[in-house]
Design a protein around this ligand. Structure first.
Ligand code: ABU
Length: 499
């Protein structure tokens, strides 16, 4: 038993404690397995919601002077998971990254056990080679001409987008790294659609352009950037003497799941010599599906850089984000600092494998092993099936919403697995659709979300946008979701919301 034992009874504090250490970890694994069982049990709740003040009272979070027992630590693990939202539950439709892929999760367990840093081949030889293989494979999927480009895993899509911005500026102003802002004579401006992820605007803020110089290009009713508007705005800024240099197209916008028309945007970028970045953090997974890749991502190979997050549609365990470049060498020349305690050039091995000098971080988490293991298990074919299944479940949901149009109002035909809709309570069912009814539906939406969370049976996200008040955005990116789950979702919304 581990009842009266403490951390000092474990390896490495006690060198003879292999069996005790194994027992402790097996007890922790029992807790994890219980969470995995509950996550996959449709009769279990997704969450046990409490307001923060109440939750603080339910938990013992204080850090003691004298450490607690191993038994208490196992109990702490169990309590932590008791109140954790089960993002892999088949009725969790709330976020772009959800589901619990067990192979990817096993990879994350191994990653934690290996406990290494990804900056040098010296301390992560296998992981560095895996990163090279998987990144090359992803680039080949983007386009044949990308094979000899470059890629890196980054801590999230926003940082991946930032890497694209930095490389674009570096290509245009190679002296920026040494000379800074003084090397740019004029005002740089960048463009993205009014539906793009806020991290694009954040690049303008973080990198010294100012958010006023991140131009938000209007989108059409589907949420896709309007190319003619992009060209008009580029010309407008050029007339002011500004320097348009970077366009970020989105493949899969966060709320509506829209795909910007890449070929038309690429033509404009070529005409005005601007870098084309494609933020496919969300929609990139569809590159793996022959059925759904086109026309959504047609022309992606014409981009200079692409963000693609496996922790979204591909269901890799969070986090797993990648940024790819068509041109090799830019990442290194842009970000390399040659720290002489890490990146010595006279090492035993080929130092081109010390990829850590390509990034602005020093410590870099190993996010590759879980993706490599998952991809080994699934193969390209398994991922293609997964993408097709997510899209088919979405199509089923749209069909069911249309069949129940008295109860649900579909806002637009989705291009991805985002389904945008309102639930219509009984009292509004006979009212003709109008701005006033949208206003009422928008007021009801957060109330219904609150009921979901109190009941713990369902989670669907909501938000307003620039065109309409609060509406639901349902996401299907988990392999767990079946047609029965989609039916449950609609019935449960009706149960919680009809009055
Ligand atoms: N990085 C965008 C994630 C947003 C979401 O899951 O809803």
């Amino acid at each position: 038993s581990i009842a009266n034992l403490k951390y000092t009874d474990l390896l490495p504090h006690n060198p003879d404690a292999y069996e005790t250490s194994k027992l402790f970890l097996q007890r922790v694994i029992d807790v994890l397995m219980d969470f995995i069982r509950a996550t996959n049990d449709r009769n279990e709740k997704i969450l046990d919601f409490h307001h923060p003040e109440e939750m603080q009272k339910l938990l013992d979070l204080k850090i003691p002077i004298e450490g607690v027992s191993l038994q208490q630590l196992v109990h702490d693990c169990s309590v932590t998971l008791k109140y954790q939202v089960k993002t892999g539950h088949p009725h969790f439709f709330n976020q772009l990254s959800c589901g619990l892929d067990l192979v990817s999760m096993a990879g994350e367990w191994l990653t934690a056990t290996a406990n290494t840093n990804m900056f040098t081949y010296e301390i992560a030889p296998v992981f560095i080679l895996m990163e090279n293989v998987v990144m090359t494979h992803m680039r080949e999927i983007i386009g044949e001409c990308w094979r000899n480009g470059d890629s890196i895993l980054a801590p999230g899509g926003s940082i991946s987008n930032l890497y694209a911005f930095l490389a674009a500026r570096h290509r245009m102003y190679p002296n920026y790294k040494e000379k800074g802002i003084a090397s740019i004579k004029g005002q740089l401006v960048m463009f993205t659609s009014d539906q793009s992820h806020y991290s694009i605007k954040s690049c303008a803020s973080v990198c010294g352009l100012g958010t006023d110089n991140c131009i938000m290009v209007p989108s059409d009713i589907h949420g896709r950037l309007i190319p003619a508007e992009l060209e008009r705005l580029v010309l407008e800024r050029k007339a002011l003497g500004h320097i348009p240099f970077f366009v970020s197209a989105t493949s899969g916008t966060t709320v509506l799941g829209a795909f910007d028309p890449i070929p038309e945007i690429a033509d404009i970028c070529e005409k005005y010599n601007m870098w084309l970045h494609v933020d496919a953090a969300w929609g990139g997974g569809l590159l793996l599906s022959k059925k759904y890749r086109h026309p959504r991502l047609t022309g992606v190979e014409r981009a200079d850089s692409v963000t693609w997050n496996p922790h979204k549609l591909m269901c890799s365990v969070f986090q797993c984000s990648t940024i790819h470049f068509k041109e090799d060498g830019l990442l290194m020349s842009c970000n390399q600092m040659s720290a002489d305690y890490l990146f010595m050039q006279d090492k035993l091995y080929d130092v081109r494998f010390d990829t850590g000098d390509k990034v602005i971080q020093c410590g870099r988490k190993n996010d590759i092993f879980k993706l490599w293991l998952q991809w080994r298990g699934k193969g390209d074919e398994g991922f293609e099936k997964h993408m097709d299944q997510l899209m088919e479940m979405t199509e089923y949901m749209v069909k069911r919403i249309k069949e129940q149009h008295d109860k649900f109002y579909l806002i637009l035909e989705p291009e991805l697995t985002n389904v945008s809709f309102w639930y219509i309570p009984t009292r509004l069912r006979k009212v003709p659709h109008s701005a006033a009814r949208e206003h009422d539906l928008g007021k009801l939406t957060p109330i219904l979300k609150g009921r979901m969370m109190q009941a713990g049976t369902l989670m669907v996200g909501y938000q307003p946008d620039d065109r309409r008040p609060n509406f639901f955005r349902n996401i299907i990116s988990s392999a767990a979701v079946t047609k029965e789950d989609v039916d449950f979702l609609l019935n449960e919304l009706d149960r919680l919301g009809h009055n």
